[in-house]
Ligand binder design. Structure first.
Ligand SMILES: [Zn+2]
Length: 305
């Protein structure tokens, strides 16, 4: 399928080294590269003197030490968390213990929908089930720090509790794993949901901020157009899944082989769940039929065929 998203994979920050990325924003990448994390999780420091940290990252003593080192002589007043995957939030207890900062996030980890009979919480190993914020943020909540203002933008889809953060003074958005310059986001039921993900993209598409700073990789430039390309990409994927169903494909592995040409084999499981996310969404809209609730091993066909 043609790549319609103007990806930017340029990113050569050395792990553990703080670097200015925008006025009033520093970033540090953790040393946890991989097929799902690109070069590693990016943590951000907002402000000077009395600062906020966005996404402290994995429970990696070296990354935690690097973050604390970068803010030496400053006070960390707030810790913001975009979502509760294990590459984003498990460093929170250590950073909180060292700084006394308040922890803000949408809420604890939860699935996007009730589990179906026989369905296990899928990405159990990926989820930080211990995480609890000190303060739960709802969509539109504004937090004022010393010289910075952050607005919570509820962006469920990648996870149910995903939230992006608009940094007002910088005219930019910390977009977490919802919108990234290097790749599409993974939407895997039951942790994620495609209908939520699309609604969250449409919500961001209405916003004017030109720059996004994501949880992995470098900045997203010309963000409103990039978000529009993300939306278009999902519509195209949906169309190609419908096309495959029309051609007689009836199960997820067959659809993945036809739709994801040249896929990194380490990502084939995630691709299967991404197709499931689309099928679940299309079944809810009456475009696709299956026996019982949509599942990874289900048999599918077009409605009206
Ligand atoms: Zn994530």
């Amino acid at each position: 399928m043609p790549d319609d998203i103007p990806y930017n994979r340029a990113f050569d920050l050395e792990p553990g080294r703080a670097e200015d990325v925008a006025p009033g924003v520093r970033r540090i990448v953790a040393d946890n590269p991989g097929p799902f994390t690109f070069k590693g999780t990016v943590s951000y420091i907002v402000g000077r003197g009395k600062v906020a940290i966005v996404d402290p990252g994995p429970d990696d003593p070296k990354h935690i030490a690097a973050l604390l080192d970068a803010v030496r002589g400053e006070t960390v007043t707030h810790i913001f968390v975009t979502h509760t995957h294990r590459d984003h939030s498990p460093a929170v207890p250590a950073i909180k213990a060292a700084t006394g900062a308040q922890v803000l996030a949408e809420g604890p980890h939860r699935a996007s929908r009730p589990l179906n009979a026989g369905e296990a919480p899928r990405m159990e190993a990926s989820n930080d089930l211990d995480f609890r914020p000190d303060r739960a943020l709802a969509d539109g909540n504004v937090v004022n720090g010393d010289g910075w203002t952050i607005e919570a933008i509820a962006t469920p889809g990648h996870t149910a509790n995903h939230v992006a953060f608009a940094y007002k003074e910088g005219d930019l958005i910390f977009s977490g794993d919802h919108v990234m310059a290097w790749s599409t986001s993974i939407v895997a039921p039951p942790d994620g949901a495609m209908s939520d993900f699309m609604n969250s993209l449409h919500k961001l598409a209405q916003r004017p901020e030109p720059i996004y700073l994501p949880g992995h990789g470098g900045e997203v430039r010309d963000a409103p157009n990039f978000v529009a390309a993300y939306i278009k990409h999902r519509h195209a994927r949906e169309a190609s899944i419908l096309h495959r169903l029309a051609k007689g494909a009836a199960d997820i592995p067959t659809i993945v082989r036809a739709v994801y040409i040249g896929l990194d084999p380490r990502l084939s499981g995630a691709a299967g769940y991404s197709v499931l996310a689309h099928l679940e969404d299309m079944a809810a809209r009456g475009r696709v039929l299956t026996e019982g609730p949509p599942s990874i091993s289900g048999v599918y066909r077009l409605a009206g065929s």
